[in-house]
Write a protein that binds this ligand. Structure first.
Ligand SMILES: [Zn+2]
Length: 350
């Protein structure tokens, strides 16, 4: 097995922990590690580790390796993938785009279809952020649920079942050639969108779990009450039978008192046992980079000349619709009117 991937992992881990790793010999590093920043010497070479007991082996199964893996997993993980292997002929998308989008002018010369001027399609880097959250629901048992949400970095919308798409494409550690980012990155906004989405999904889970816990609590309370009531009835019977015997009566009465105390504490335990709590934590983040083809289209409307980005998405094999400035819905038709720019839907309803 090549240890290159483990070496890269160790360096990435050390850098992410904002400490230092220094290569001292091929496959051997000194690492500043832990809260107290102790210096450790680790190696990927079995022979080196055999020679000196000051040098620790960093391979699966070694103590330090397991510690690092555990720590990295507790901190959550983030990785990036670059999709490749799309067959895109820009000339074809160029002519397809002419058929897909339509721009219509409702100026004083009457209704006229406008031919946009479009620049050649160029690749830009687009991203989809996939967040995995673990939700732990605790009642009398502990249940873990995993939720994954993919957010389109351009629209901040949820991309449904995106993970299923990933298997269909070729993955690279980076692009073979430089591709410019389409827009600046804003992690906070993607994370917020993902969080909102998971919270909505969680609402029904929590309502269900609360109901389950309440049902169990009621059932258990009834069982315990019945148990102690039966016990008490037996005591009452005994009291009747032994009415003349002073000593026996006081013994039974003190038993009854003890039973009452036990009953209270058993009922108190139930309240505690079926109390529900839910915790959510971020487990991992996957950034999927993929090239989209973008053309700058200028639409020479007599009413309001405008510019648009026409985007061909090779992942979903479609052109991205434009956003209507009036109703904010997505559309492939843009109408220029004296009252403003409208998609077909809000044009027909106006
Ligand atoms: Zn509209």
């Amino acid at each position: 097995m090549s240890t290159a991937i483990l070496e890269k992992f160790l360096i990435d881990y050390v850098e992410a922990s904002e400490v230092e790793a220094e290569l001292i010999d091929e496959g051997t590093y000194t690492v500043l590690y832990g809260v107290e920043s102790t210096i450790k010497t680790v190696t990927f070479e079995i022979e080196v580790a055999k020679e000196s007991n000051q040098v620790e082996l960093f391979l699966p199964g070694s103590i330090f390796f397991d510690t690092v893996i555990r720590d990295a997993m507790a901190k959550g993980s983030m990785c990036a993938t670059y999709l490749s292997g799309f067959q895109t002929v820009t000339k074809v998308i160029q002519s397809e785009s002419m058929r897909t989008f339509s721009f219509v002018d409702y100026g004083k010369d009457g209704t006229k279809k406008i031919e946009p001027r479009i620049s050649p399609f160029q690749p830009y880097n687009f991203r989809i952020w996939t967040f995995a959250f673990k939700v732990r629901v605790t009642t009398d048992i502990i249940e873990d649920h995993l939720y994954t949400v993919s957010i389109d970095a351009r629209t901040l919308k949820v991309v449904k079942n995106f993970i299923e798409y990933l298997g269909k494409f070729q993955h690279l550690p980076h692009y073979e050639e430089d591709i410019t980012d389409y827009h600046p990155q804003d992690f906070q906004r993607y994370y917020q969108s993902a969080l909102e989405c998971v919270k909505q999904k969680l609402t029904s889970l929590i309502v269900r779990k609360k109901q389950e816990a309440t049902d169990l609590k009621l059932k258990e309370t009834a069982r315990i009450k019945k148990y102690y009531d039966t016990l008490n009835e037996e005591m009452e019977d005994a009291l009747e039978r032994k009415a003349g015997d002073h000593e026996a009566v006081s013994e039974i009465q003190s038993k009854q008192k003890a039973i009452l105390v036990q009953r209270q504490s058993a009922l108190g335990d139930i309240v505690f046992r079926y109390k529900m709590s839910a915790d959510m934590s971020l487990v991992s983040v996957l950034v999927t980079n993929y090239p989209c083809y973008v053309s700058k289209a200028s639409v020479p409307s007599t009413l309001q000349p405008s510019g648009y980005d026409i985007i061909w998405n090779p992942l979903f094999k479609r052109f991205e619709p434009l956003t209507c400035p009036t109703c904010k819905n997505q559309s492939y038709t843009t109408n220029f009117l004296r009252t403003g720019i409208r998609c077909q839907n809000c044009f027909e309803n106006s």
